[in-house]
Design a protein around this ligand. Sequence first.
Ligand SMILES: NC(=O)c1ccc[n+]([C@@H]2O[C@H](COP(=O)([O-])OP(=O)(O)OC[C@H]3O[C@@H](n4cnc5c(N)ncnc54)[C@H](OP(=O)(O)O)[C@@H]3O)[C@@H](O)[C@H]2O)c1
Length: 325
Amino acid sequence: MTATSPERLRILVAGRDGQVGGELAYSLTSLGEVTATSRAELDLTSDASIRTVVRSVRPHLIVNAAAYTAVDKAESEPELARRINADAVATLAVEAKAVSAAIIHYSTDYVFDGTKAAPYVEEDATNPLSVYGQTKLAGEQALAQSGIPYLVLRTSWVYGARGKNFLRTILKLAAEKQELRIVADQIGAPTWSRDIAEATASIAKQWLPNGSNSGIYHLTASGKTSWHGFAAEAIRMRAESRVDEQVNFARLVPIPAAEYPTPAARPRNSQLDCEKLARVFDLRLPDWKLSLADVVRQLDICPPQLEAASQQPGDKMGKTIQVRN
Ligand SMILES: NC(=O)c1ccc[n+]([C@@H]2O[C@H](COP(=O)([O-])OP(=O)(O)OC[C@H]3O[C@@H](n4cnc5c(N)ncnc54)[C@H](OP(=O)(O)O)[C@@H]3O)[C@@H](O)[C@H]2O)c1
């Protein structure tokens, strides 16, 4: 660990074009010199690419926000998902060791099966239901076995004003459709990508001087809701902020997950207990509704060109559509 040297801290970010990576490129600049890389610049499917970039940047800290995040598609591309979410993390750790760098990496609530009645703590047994969850868990394990200083920040239901996410999909569809059917029996905490990035900067600042307290931490917004609750609140905020536009937003119908089968199973309970983070780093993310209000305001000031949402069965009449993350 060289963060205590007089040298300016060098930070390598992987996944610059993602939701979290895009925010990290800004939030980490207060700590040092940030090299934020796109997939073309640092390709996690290539050990040679990882080696070349790490050895040329010689970072003190690597923050890996790149991942294979297509949860359903991973079921039919398990090898690619494993390569990016697990094997590449192991290679990153080897290269980090070679230049004495520490790693901050992100993982997911999907490492759990969701059968626990209460929020999950870091020590709870994992049991991923999906290929995505299995590969993310393998990435965690690669870091734990690496012997380098590392933090795994498990987060959930990530959204923001940019990128492909549930919030943007819902707001687009709600303005187009008469009815949206949304899963209401999966519970979790929608977490703003900017909150994750700013928390990462604060954590890194405290952690880097000695790299102690390596391990897994849960990092999600405070509070909880369902996908249906998240959508309802987002639409309510959007409607309130754009009262003059006469948009008739879709009626939301709560449905059980069983009525909306997907290739990958999701945990019923996605709640992560974030007390360890509060205890060690004195950090707690805002309630999900507070951050959502900020993001909806941003979208209102600068309405995005929303990406085409995934069209699901049920859309045949152009009136009713089922939506999920
Ligand atoms: N999204 C969620 O709801 C969620 C929930 C829990 C945990 N997480 C975790 O949080 C972290 C950040 O997620 P996010 O939502 O910011 O993801 P994201 O928006 O999907 O971004 C992932 C980034 O990884 C990049 N990437 C994919 N394959 C790559 C490769 N072979 N080499 C280099 N880069 C590659 C993508 O590049 P392109 O832009 O070129 O495609 C993309 O920019 C991930 O570790 C994810 O597993 C996410």
